[in-house]
Design a protein around this ligand. Structure first.
Ligand code: NAD
Ligand code: MG
Length: 382
């Protein structure tokens, strides 16, 4: 099958999506006329695809070098970027080199920052291999790594020249990672693109075994949703903030579980919390909350704060959300993205944020715990 070029307004780079497209990837790479290719991958993805792809680029296109980093968020650091930069320079590369990010969001950020720094900026091509990377991280111009004091603290903006996504690469992705991506898909549908809710509801699979056609549709719709809100806001500081739906509690759960809960699974539960908060503030109806729970459960994520996340830590962490500062909130309040109904986001001025009393948010988090008691679990069982 061949790549389809996805048209995205106001997005400066091409996004090509297909299934079983290795030949097309090579053809697209050749069109960039690079002096060499630096393929960046983590150890897992290097083993699955990196060695093969690098060998084929080297044979058919131009000299190619595989730069491998260790798997996982703790290795998304400046020291990883520095080590890869030295390895790249030792190969004698020049400024016509292209950095190819082959992997998930972690690799995308490491390679993205590497591309921004080498010779003060070389071209970057993304070949995403996770659902999350295909529909979320590759669209962002933000390229950052973690500091000891927090996530994504050291970085810059650097746009890719092209994204080449092949859903065949998702066949090896563990179910946990597929479900994490689906958390962001559900977010896009609920907060931005309610027109996809019907088909999505019928397509979600608890076992996370999706066919290529469904994956292509889901990715296509998510790109459309993201493009809609970031078109006039590439730096995600205004309308793009709606992409933070579910992330206040989601990030806190992810953090409090020390990585045991995947990002998108945390976001999925975070959206249920946000919907319940909106209901208690009198903005949303009960059916919005039930719709959230149904979709999250259908994607194979338990619709409650998982036992892996220490609830006291979750509640501590929500107070440190990165949306603080956007609104001039009163003490013990935090800005959240809230919905009135699917696709209807509440605003304060031009910002898609509402100040929420922390006491209310903490109460809802407490009641959304697994398993058993509390309104979240009860309604799901019903
Ligand atoms: P990831 O890159 O760590 O990948 C998840 C896991 O899947 C890893 O263990 C990886 O080795 C494995 N994997 C990847 N592709 C595979 C495949 N095809 N088959 C088998 N295993 C595979 O994580 P992620 O979830 O893709 O991305 C999360 C990261 O993305 C976070 O660091 C987050 O900060 C970042 N992110 C950045 C932006 C941005 O604005 N730039 C946006 C969203 C997320
Ligand atoms: Mg996210």
């Amino acid at each position: 099958m061949e790549f389809t070029l996805i048209a995205m307004e106001n997005v400066a780079f091409g996004y090509r999506l297909g299934t079983d497209c290795t030949e097309d990837i090579l053809a697209r790479l050749a069109s960039h006329d690079a002096s060499s290719y630096l393929v960046v991958a983590d150890t897992t993805v290097a083993g699955l695809y990196g060695h093969d792809l690098t060998a084929r680029i080297d044979k058919q296109v131009a000299p190619a070098h595989l730069l491998i980093h260790k798997v996982g968020e703790p290795h998304k650091s400046l020291s990883t970027v520095e080590a890869l930069a030295h390895q790249a320079l030792e190969q004698g590369i020049d400024r016509r080199a292209v950095v190819l990010a082959l992997g998930g969001g972690v690799t995308g950020n490491i390679a993205g920052l590497l591309a921004a720094l080498l010779f003060r900026g070389v071209r970057l091509v993304h070949v995403p291999t996770t659902v999350l990377a295909m529909l979320d991280s590759v669209l962002s111009l933000k390229q950052a790594v973690n500091a000891t004091t927090g996530k994504n603290m050291i970085g810059t903006f650097h746009a890719p020249v092209e994204v080449l996504a092949d859903t065949a690469m998702l066949r090896t992705l563990p179910a946990r990672e597929v479900r994490s991506g689906m958390g962001e898909v559900i977010k896009n549908a609920l907060a931005i693109r309610p027109s996809m809710l019907d088909r999505l509801g019928g397509s979600l699979r608890a076992d996370a075994a999706y066919d290529d056609e469904t994956l292509q549709w889901i990715i296509f719709e998510s790109l459309a949703a993201k493009a809609l809100v970031t078109a006039a806001d590439m730096h995600e500081r205004r309308s793009g903030l709606v992409l933070e739906y579910g992330h206040t509690t989601g990030h806190a759960i992810e953090h409090a579980s020390r990585g045991a809960v995947a990002h998108g699974a945390g976001v999925a539960v975070g959206m249920i919390v946000a919907a319940e908060v909106s209901r208690r503030l009198g903005h949303a109806q009960t059916d919005l909350v039930s719709l959230h729970r149904e979709l999250v459960a259908a994607a194979g994520v338990h619709p409650a704060v998982p036992a892996d996340a220490d609830i006291t830590l979750v509640k501590e962490r929500i107070a440190y959300d990165n949306k603080r500062g956007y609104l001039d909130t009163r003490p013990r309040h935090t800005p959240m993205v809230l919905l009135k109904a699917p696709g209807q986001v509440l605003h304060t001025g031009v910002l898609p944020l509402v100040p929420v009393p922390l006491a209310l948010l903490e109460e809802v988090v407490d009641e959304t715990t697994a398993p058993g008691a509390g309104p979240a679990a009860e309604t799901t069982a019903a």
